[in-house]
Design a protein around this ligand. Structure first.
Ligand code: GDP
Length: 526
């Protein structure tokens, strides 16, 4: 696509909504800053030391995050470049917040996978990749930190192919590495892009062009020339269809820190990545080009002002046009809400969104009306699928120091549950609420917020359960099962029945004993 392309006038065709997935330390933050810099969304990238500051300004409301130096919140950053509108959905880096990350990945059309060239595929990259694969999200790969000593490129490519079962099509090839890193060679177009030289790439005759020899010196030149020939002959070539189906990843080499290779990624997003895609609802697929506005909430963030307890719900617009001031139907309750102050987010700013299109993410301020998984429409009763809840791995009973405040606690926990901070389970036998989390740090966040926002001092007690499953069966069978387990049944926030198991053995035993009951560790929001 070039600047005069008519597609650029089409608001849907020119949008790219994506996330970056990576293992901590691979360079996601650095790359994010460089991408934003490209788009002019921030004036100064300011190297990564800006990270600490940025995190502070972004979420100063939470001491925990400051103390531990981790990014707990998920947000969105919008920038424009070369006629395209890019919506980058940020995912929390810490693994305790994987639930948030998974939900965010339900709202993107593509992802950039950042890999540290010295380390290759790491645990978290792999896990996040698997989540992307559930929806076959197209992935662009960035092999980062080429300015340092790296592993052999063939080795890295082989590892990606084998561990992720994903074809790799190198688009560029590194010219040297570490201190000898000079730039990249564009395999399809015979172009050389040099590190620390801005401007247009140099067109050469091929990998044996004297220009490259000059750049690398005799010995390195021979090695690289041979590598490029091998890569061209033996590795996969780019195939857009395979990419869009999630089977092949175009791969670029670069250095986020040195702002090298970042433009390749922006171009690849523009040229190859899909515009906003149609999405499934419980009843039909919604096309991004339908006239009527639809959207779903994938993230709730408590606002910076604890006194007002207002929240921002992040909604992906899935079709039509959102206009400020319009009324939208909240399908879960059937009630209309007025979208008076939808917001766009930039690196450091936010702005009222006068209009938004499919692929855009808007923040909707509300006082608890909106929940994760909610669908908003112009009237039709649609429910978007795919903002799942995962069975928590840690279950705790919440103990409150002041028993008089039990009711307030219940209320506060419901709110935290609706925001997705924790999952809440209310035992059928009337005993105290149980909270479930995927990572232990979520409990610290919960305790801190209950204290700061509700004045509730809580502690957590081991619960006698160690896992839980949503259950489904015919009405009669379900009733029988619930009656047979009076002290192991609970309901979640939506009233869905949940079986609480004391151990893996217990769970297995019940599964074998009740073959007609479905025990599920993922729940789609309905
Ligand atoms: P994140 O945890 O994935 O967000 O990673 P960061 O962006 O915070 O980067 C982790 C560390 O790697 C920081 O010290 C960065 O300065 C460094 N880093 C990131 N990209 C590069 C790169 O291209 N080259 C080098 N040498 N260091 C990098």
């Amino acid at each position: 696509m070039n600047a005069s392309d008519p597609q650029l006038k089409d608001p849907v065709a020119r949008r790219r909504t994506f996330a970056i997935i990576s293992h901590p330390d691979a360079g996601k933050t650095t790359l994010t800053e460089k991408l934003l810099l490209f788009g002019g969304a921030i004036q100064l990238a300011g190297e990564v030391r800006a990270k600490a500051n940025r995190r502070q300004t972004r979420s100063d409301w939470m001491g925990i995050e400051r103390e531990r130096g981790i990014s707990v919140v998920t947000s969105v950053m919008t920038f424009e470049y070369g006629g395209c509108v890019y919506n980058l959905l940020d995912t929390p880096g810490h693994e305790d917040f994987s639930e948030d990350t998974y939900r965010t990945l339900t709202a993107v059309d593509s992802a950039i996978m950042v890999i540290d060239a010295a380390k290759g595929i790491e645990a978290r990259t792999r896990k996040l990749f698997e989540v992307c694969r559930l929806r076959d999200i197209p992935i662009i790969t960035f092999i980062n930190k080429l300015d340092r000593e790296t592993r052999d490129p063939f080795d890295l490519i082989d590892e990606i192919e084998k561990t992720l079962a994903l074809d790799v099509a190198p688009m560029t090839w590194p010219l040297g590495s570490g201190r000898g890193f000079r730039g990249t060679f564009d395999l399809a177009r015979n172009l050389v892009r040099q590190i620390d030289r801005d401007g247009e790439p140099v067109s050469v005759n091929g990998p044996d062009d004297p220009f490259i020899k000059n750049l690398l010196g005799e010995t390195e030149f021979e090695i690289v020339r041979e590598q490029i020939e091998l890569a061209r002959g033996g590795l996969k070539h780019f195939d857009r269809k395979a990419f869009l189906e999630g089977h092949l990843t175009p791969t670029f080499f670069g250095s986020a820190l040195r702002n090298f290779g970042v433009r390749d990624l922006i171009d690849a997003l523009r040229d190859f990545a899909p515009p906003p895609q149609g999405l499934e609802t419980a009843s039909r697929k919604v096309d991004a080009r339908e006239d009527k506005m639809t959207g779903f909430v994938f993230k709730i963030q408590a606002n910076m002002d604890p006194n007002h307890r207002d929240r921002i719900a992040f909604m992906r617009v899935c079709s039509g046009k959102l206009r400020r001031g319009m009324k939208a139907k909240l399908v879960r309750t059937g009630k209309n809400i007025a979208l008076n102050a939808p917001q766009f987010f930039f690196a450091q700013d936010r702005q009222l969104a006068e209009e938004a299109y499919a692929g855009d993410v808007v923040g909707i301020p509300n006082h608890g009306t909106l929940r994760i998984g909610d669908t908003l429409t112009e009237g039709e009763d649609l429910i978007f699928r795919g903002v799942p809840s995962f069975a928590p791995e840690i279950l705790r009973r919440v103990k409150i120091s002041d028993a008089m405040k039990a009711k307030k606690l219940r209320e506060a926990l419901s709110q935290m549950g609706e925001e997705g901070v924790v999952q809440l389970f209310l035992p059928n036998d009337g005993s105290g609420a149980i909270v479930g989390v995927v990572g232990a740090l979520q409990l610290d966040v919960l305790a801190e917020r209950l204290e700061a926002e509700y004045g509730l001092g809580v502690s957590f007690e081991q619960s006698r359960f160690d896992s839980c499953r949503w259950i489904a069966a015919s009405a009669a069978e379900l009733d029988k099962f619930v009656r047979a387990h009076p002290s192991s049944m609970a309901v979640d926030l939506d009233g869905a029945p949940v079986f609480m198991a004391a151990s893996a053995w217990d769970l297995k035993y019940e599964q074998d004993k009740w073959p007609e009951v479905i025990f599920s560790d993922i729940k789609d929001y309905q």
